[in-house]
Design a protein around this ligand. Structure first.
Ligand code: FES
Ligand code: FES
Length: 151
């Protein structure tokens, strides 16, 4: 089945079975390996991307549901790591092993679209991603820093 999908501003015509999860499309069909596989069951958030500006766990989203939609992945967050969140992530040295971090960043980017100055409760509600390295306090500090810089 052929589906047209915009990823990071580029229109792609994809020929894959309609139940292929978006995560597989991104990694295997388009070669974008920044989005990670963790649980495959919408639980951990490692595979988070943005769908029309909202956070989406791509491991459980079938291609057939995405025709004509617009996806942003970690590769499209900025061309040169200049997004306020990326700068704050570096300044606060958020990542440890790094595996969960592209999903964390995309969830945070979607949060800032909804709430440009989120409070702790809004961060807790939005940031349900799992980090085995326990980067949660640094994630929170970096989101506050990025929100402050962007406002
Ligand atoms: S890999 Fe998608 S939520 Fe864990
Ligand atoms: S930084 Fe290692 S899992 Fe989050």
């Amino acid at each position: 089945m052929a589906i047209e999908l915009t990823v990071n501003g580029t229109l792609h015509r994809l020929d894959a079975s309609d139940d292929t999860p978006l995560l597989w499309v991104l990694r295997d069909h388009l070669g974008m390996r920044g989005t990670k596989f963790g649980c495959g069951a919408a639980l951990c958030g490692a595979c988070t991307v943005m769908l029309d500006g909202d956070a989406l766990r791509s491991c459980v989203m079938p291609l057939q549901a995405l025709a004509g939609r617009s996806i942003t992945t970690i590769e499209g967050l900025s061309p040169d790591r200049s997004h306020p969140l990326q700068r704050a992530w570096i300044a606060h040295q958020v990542p440890q092993c790094g595996y969960c971090q592209s999903g964390m960043l995309m969830a945070a980017a979607a949060l800032l679209k909804r709430h440009p100055r989120p409070d702790d409760a809004q961060i807790d509600e939005a940031m349900t991603n799992i980090c085995r390295c326990g980067s949660y306090p640094r994630v929170r500090a970096a989101i506050h820093a990025a929100a402050q810089e962007a406002s």
